[in-house]
Write a protein that binds this ligand. Structure first.
Ligand code: FAD
Ligand code: 2HG
Ligand code: ZN
Length: 483
């Protein structure tokens, strides 16, 4: 391995091959579910360097068939399914994209921005805004996650109802393959039917098929107004009625529709008491709606007011606060985005980023709440998320006062089974946002069809026959079945 590391030092520079000291920022996952041990953290500075590192690793594997060397691509390491950190073997290189942050170009006429994959999402948003455009992807981790990680996981976030997932926003990729070749696919074309669309294979592949080094992403006109409204509700059915009204009243101006249960907001109030809740926490559910307008702020305000009046008339909301300033809208979003941190502060937990058809969400929540209460006395459900997309974070926290670790050890598998069986029954997906990583590999084999799984394995085998890239994530293909 020393020779290999020397070869890699010669490619990226010795300062960018980290083997000693505190490597926890790269070895420990965000949720602290698993701490691995890297052979080294390698930080290439260009696409060519990435390609050469992959080439020497592929060569090493070819010359040492029993070698367990593999590569774990990493962006901001904010993923929630243990997909970007090494295992404990000490044989995995973490390939950190942190140094590749450049915005290569903005094509105003084509409404696109070409950006390197290590660019922090917030920086991409800021660069687009400076040029007079909106880069619409938005999520709680935007201050540290990267464009490459967003593409690797096909991240969703809070604006999907209007702008789609990361996949819908991407028009081209540059990728280093598992053989260390570079695929130059940064076309920026909106229409291209020349065979299989490789871009869509790499997006959402969680670093298992190739290393994304740059991407051409869509830009949109900057809205002139973004207004938030916060409403309290009795039921999830009411939230669905409100969603229908919001689509009708706001049309394409509807840019966010988030549901939050009372308990997740209680956690925010408990762990982040400085954040002022817009309404008393006395209702079972709350909704945050965002309207963004390209025309004028007064019109946007009127449209939101008329939506809320219609909602009050239909009795699907109890109380409503309309933000009177951009700062107040932002404060609504801050509360919503703090739920993940508040849940972490409450202790280790079980996360589910499920989706079911939007129309079936109320029944899914009712039945699954009941099942969990029956099987796990006192368990606390942290239900919130992107109702406008049919995607909920249906998370589970141990009963108050219990030892969280013990609860997880004893019950995590059964809790997952109850929730995922319900998801399957309602025709949903066990992961709508965060991906499979290591945490859901076994579940995928159970809930994905054998035909789909066989095709996924065939794709992995075709693109990465050595199983060099992020092995054991997404689909399990051990070396013996691949080589
Ligand atoms: P990492 O965590 O470093 O990696 C994630 C996966 O992508 C890994 O499998 C990794 O191998 C792969 N990968 C990383 N870079 C590359 C690359 N260049 N080429 C190929 N593969 C690569 N997710 C959502 O979808 N919606 C949300 O609303 C959301 N909110 C969040 C809020 C908080 C507070 C936190 C902590 C996380 C949240 N996430 C959310 C999850 C996470 O932020 C996203 O999955 C994000 O896209 C990961 O980006 P990253 O750069 O941190 O990737
Ligand atoms: C969000 O929507 C993220 O805030 C994180 O996807 C969800 O903490 C979670 O479970
Ligand atoms: Zn989410």
């Amino acid at each position: 391995m020393q020779t290999l590391l020397d070869q890699i030092r010669a490619i990226v520079g010795a300062a960018h091959v980290l083997c000693e000291g505190d490597l926890s920022a790269w070895e420990q996952d965000w949720r602290k579910r698993s701490r691995g041990k890297a052979l080294a953290v390698v930080r290439p500075g260009s696409t060519q360097e990435v390609a050469r590192v992959v080439q020497v690793c592929a060569q090493h594997r070819a010359q040492n068939p029993s070698s367990q060397l593999s590569i774990v691509p990493q962006g901001g390491n904010t993923g929630l399914v243990v997909g970007s950190t090494p295992d404990s073997t000490g044989h995995q290189l973490v390939l950190s994209m942190q140094r590749m942050q450049a915005v290569r170009s903005i094509d105003a006429g084509n409404l696109t921005m070409t950006v390197e994959s290590g660019c922090i999402l917030k920086q991409a948003q800021d660069k687009a805004r400076e040029a007079g455009f909106l880069y619409p992807l938005s999520l709680g981790a935007e201050g540290s996650c990267t464009v490459g990680g967003n593409l690797g996981t096909n991240a969703g976030g809070t604006q999907v109802v209007r702008y789609g997932n990361t996949r819908e926003q991407c028009l081209g990729l540059e990728v280093v393959t598992a053989q260390g070749e570079v695929w130059h696919g940064l076309s920026g074309l909106r229409k291209d039917n020349t065979g299989y669309d490789l871009r869509h294979l790499y997006i959402g592949s969680e670093g298992t098929l190739g290393i994304i080094t740059a991407a051409t992403m869509k830009l949109f006109p900057l809205p002139v107004a973004q207004i938030g409204a916060w409403a309290s509700l009795d039921t999830v059915e009411d939230a669905l009625t409100l969603l229908g009204l919001a689509h009708r009243h706001l049309g394409a101006d509807l840019t966010g529709f988030e549901l939050m249960g009372q308990f997740p907001l209680n956690l925010v109030a408990k762990h982040f008491p400085k954040l002022r809740q817009p309404l008393e926490l006395a209702s079972p559910y709350f909704v945050l709606i965002e309207s963004s307008s390209l025309s004028n702020p007064a019109q946007a305000n009127e449209a939101l007011e008329s939506l809320m009046q219609a909602a009050l008339d239909a009795a699907c909301v109890k109380d409503v606060v309309l933000a009177s300033s951009l700062a107040q809208s932002r404060s609504f979003w801050e509360i919503r985005e703090t739920i993940t941190l508040a849940q972490a502060a409450e202790g280790l937990n079980i996360k589910h980023d499920i989706s079911v058809p939007i129309s079936r969400i109320p029944e899914f929540v009712r039945q699954t709440d009941q099942l969990l209460a029956q099987h796990f006395e006192g368990v606390r459900v942290v239900c919130f998320g992107h109702l406008g997309d049919g995607n909920l974070h249906y998370n589970v926290q141990a009963p108050a006062g219990t030892n969280t670790e013990k609860f997880l050890q004893a019950n995590e598998a059964q809790v997952n089974q109850v929730v995922f069986d319900a998801v399957a029954k309602f025709g949903g997906s066990i992961s709508a946002e965060h991906g499979i990583g290591s945490l859901k590999v076994e579940h995928l084999t159970h809930y994905k069809s054998p035909v789909a799984l066989a095709q996924m394995r065939a794709i992995k085998q075709a693109l990465d026959p050595q199983n060099l890239l992020n092995p054991g994530r997404v689909v399990n293909c051990d070396n013996s079945s691949l080589s």
